[in-house]
Design a protein around this ligand. Structure first.
Ligand SMILES: *Cc1c(COP(=O)(O)O)cnc(C)c1O
Length: 437
């Protein structure tokens, strides 16, 4: 396989795991044995497939293109600038939720005209910076935020391109902690309040009201909630237009889920069809902002087994990755498929409970039958770890942020080095005392 070999996903999602294969029994990322990466950078580490990132973008962009939909990558899912650069080079836009993410998106080569600023709590400073840079659009989530955007635009003598993020009161039928559009959610503006606010905003010279935005949640496998939400948005667009208000754009949000061995992922063609059926006929510039779908299956977390110890029901395998490296199981009860790097072994097939070294009972990745007999020193790959893995990691228990590696064909390179505890200690050098009053 060469650097240019595309891994073509079909519309069913498990196929983009095709970058992970066994060669002579050993698990490889594209043409690179993951054990070689482990040797080079130490465990635990994240590895991403550049070919899979590119193939995912190509598949999604192609599926939605007939409906005039552009794709913006939700930076928070995987914010390494090198991952962003892979997408930016293909013309992908970015959906950001902080000033830090704006800096990353720009550093990765994304033009400001392809960046959308989402998020419920943008600071004044972040809003000013976004306006100065000239981002494509600011998705405003409250009347109070709209005031701050307007004030910043006046101060800077600019017009702010604004969309209102709507809360359509739709249950995304996903985990409660990643549901964002029910009535009681902190996100968006209640649909009933949108027409008045939009009209008021459209009358202000410092605001350019460009349209509406919606984002109903994450890891959505059943497409029905998308249909419900987008149909509600179409209704709202018609209401606004009937009142003589201009609506040129509609941001359809992210949230497209990825399947696993037990659940096929959503069908891209069906996803695109629902876009066409709900909002396709409204002459809108549309965009989607997927994070997970573009990068989740393109990454693995590789960890070494430190110790085995007998346990009730399943034996414990204590590994060197922990909840600070991959938080999703502790936070969302997420379960990542796991593959050993070594060839399948004969022997009693028992279940192992994979747990990390952190002093929290929730530092537990779950119970895994079918890994075969394990031994200390074995390496395991947690699949589907390319989204909300490294991006969510912390240094809890004074553990280092772990390396990230990008694989491309037969080569790989470090794209984030270990910071090291010394760097952390340097930030904790005490400053001089200040005297108050
Ligand atoms: C998190 C988020 C996304 C991306 O969600 P995924 O489930 O990763 O696709 C898109 N838009 C907004 C506003 C978000 O907060």
């Amino acid at each position: 396989m060469t650097a240019t070999t595309p891994f073509l996903p079909d519309t069913r999602d498990e196929t983009t795991d095709a970058w992970l294969t066994r060669r002579n029994g050993t698990l490889c990322a594209e043409a690179v044995p993951l054990s070689a990466v482990a040797q080079a950078v130490g465990t635990p580490f994240y590895a991403y497939s550049a070919a899979a990132l590119r193939a995912n973008y190509a598949a999604l962009a192609a599926a939605v293109a007939p409906h005039r939909v552009t794709v913006c990558f939700a930076v928070k899912a995987s914010s390494n600038r090198n991952v962003l650069a892979e997408f930016a080079a293909l013309g992908c836009g970015m959906d950001i939720v902080s000033g830090g993410e704006m800096t990353r998106a720009l550093a990765a080569g994304t033009p400001p005209s392809r960046i959308i600023f989402s998020g419920v709590g943008k600071t004044r400073g972040e809003i000013r910076a976004a306006l100065r840079v000239g981002l494509h659009q600011i998705n405003v989530e409250s009347a109070a935020e709209l005031e701050v955007v307007a004030a910043a635009a006046r101060e800077l003598g600019l017009r702010a391109p604004v969309a209102l993020r709507v809360n359509p009161d739709v249950d995304a039928l996903t985990h409660a902690k990643i549901t964002t559009a029910r009535k009681d959610s902190k996100f968006g503006i209640a649909a009933a309040e949108v027409p008045a606010l939009y009209a008021e905003a459209a009358a202000r010279p410092e605001l350019e009201m460009v349209g509406l935005a919606v984002h109903i949640g994450s890891q959505i496998l059943d497409l029905a909630p998308f249909r419900q939400a987008w149909a509600a948005m179409a209704g709202l667009v018609r209401v606004l237009r009937a009142a003589g208000l201009p609506v040129a754009r509609l941001d359809l949000g992210g949230g497209l889920g990825i399947g696993d061995d037990s659940h096929p992922g959503p069908d891209l063609a069906e996803y695109a069809r629902i876009i066409g059926e709900t909002v396709g006929g409204l002459d809108l510039a549309l965009n989607v902002e997927p994070g997970r779908w573009l990068c989740g299956r393109a990454g693995v977390l590789v960890s070494e087994v430190l110790y085995l110890k007998p346990g009730e029901g399943a034996d414990f395998a204590i590994i060197d990755a922990a909840m600070n490296d991959l938080m999703r199981p502790a936070l969302y009860e997420a379960r990542h498929p796991v593959m050993p790097l070594h060839p399948p072994r004969d022997g009693a097939a028992r279940a192992y409970r994979l747990v990390g070294p952190i002093c929290e009972s929730s530092d537990d990745f779950g119970s895994y039958p079918g890994l075969g007999p394990l031994a200390a020193g074995d390496l395991l790959a947690f699949r589907h770890a390319g989204a909300y893995g490294a991006a969510m990691s912390s240094t809890y228990n004074s553990r280092d942020l772990i390396p990230e590696v990008l694989v491309d064909g037969a080569q790989f390179r470090l794209i984030r080095a270990r910071a090291g505890i010394d760097a952390a200690l340097r930030l904790e050098e005490p400053g001089p005392w200040s005297h108050a009053g």
